[in-house]
Ligand binder design. Structure first.
Ligand code: SIN
Length: 291
């Protein structure tokens, strides 16, 4: 029970910086309006919410996701034929020594003009051990910077591109699980989009860093070489263990995260096991900067 409220579910933080496990709610629904409101508030507060032992059909997964916004079909990644708003994030047991989808710190599709508000990841089949996911808190990463660094970053904008899917900056020799069917070599993905380096979150009003190592290429009006030292400092800074949490999946676990104030990382340590997750993506708005 949430202290001081009439909520019928429990919210237990899982780490000091972000993440909370929600107990006592069946996401198969239907959920009442007040429960949905409380879950939305809990997401703003804890940034990532975890649920266990949920038995969801794809249709119920979609309905739960829509409580947080309209759904987005992201480019360059195949969605399921029978459920075109769901991506099957799959690595087969025989897919050894290759990258897994999301196996680097990132926020999802930050190169879109309106980056996703969030994602809902539901575990269908997971290894007996390994295959965890980590998140980091970009509010806390911003807060921990010196006042001088904050003042310098506040007015800056950085360029993001879909480089894993493009030509100009395509990573060399990276082979991702065939099962996820990522489209590569598409010149449209090379287009750079500018976003504020420090955003003001539309719900919390708090400032968060918004850069990530996969999609952020450089600062606006600077070269990549000029941008690299400061970007690399920020990429390292954002994933300090104090800003992170880690989730151990079981079949029926579900996570929902706010993509605008977190990064996440799928740990690829389960060669020889099958891992199947269903992911929906919630649409977002263009981001607003701090200055
Ligand atoms: C993702 O980046 O959306 C995938 C996360 C995961 O599979 O744990």
């Amino acid at each position: 029970m949430n202290k001081g409220s009439k909520s019928s579910f429990e919210v237990r933080p899982t780490a000091g910086s972000l993440g909370a496990e929600v107990r006592g709610v069946d996401l198969a629904g239907p959920l009442s309006g007040s429960t949905a409101d409380e879950l939305r508030r809990a997401l703003v507060k804890h940034v990532v919410l975890f649920f266990r032992d949920q038995k969801l059909t794809p249709v119920q997964h979609l309905a739960f996701s829509r409580l947080f916004g309209s759904l987005l079909r992201v480019p360059y990644v195949k969605h399921m034929d029978e459920h075109p708003d769901i991506i099957a994030v799959l690595k087969e047991a025989d897919e050894r020594k290759i990258s897994a989808f999301g196996n680097a710190w990132h926020s999802d599709f930050s190169f879109l003009e309106a980056p996703p508000m969030g994602s809902v990841l539901y575990a269908r089949e997971v290894p007996s051990h390994g295959g965890d996911t980590l998140w980091s808190n970009m509010y806390d990463a911003y807060e921990a910077l010196s006042d001088g660094m904050k003042r310098m970053l506040d007015p800056l904008r950085a360029m993001h591109s879909g480089r894993p899917y493009g030509v100009a900056h395509a990573p060399k020799g990276v082979q991702t699980s065939r099962s996820i069917a990522i489209e590569r070599g598409n010149r449209d993905a090379d287009r750079e989009i500018a976003h504020p380096v420090v955003i003001v979150h539309p719900s919390s009003g708090r400032k968060a860093l918004f850069v990530n190592a996969i999609y952020t290429t450089r600062f606006e009006q600077m070269t990549e070489a000029e941008s690299r030292p400061l970007l690399e400092f920020l990429f390292e800074h954002c994933i300090r263990p104090e800003f992170t949490c880690r989730f151990r999946w079981a079949p029926g676990s579900l996570a929902i995260w706010d993509n605008r104030c977190t990064l996440h990382y799928a740990v690829n340590d389960y060669d020889g096991s099958r891992r199947l997750m269903h992911r929906t993506t919630i649409a977002g708005e263009p981001l607003v900067g701090a200055v």
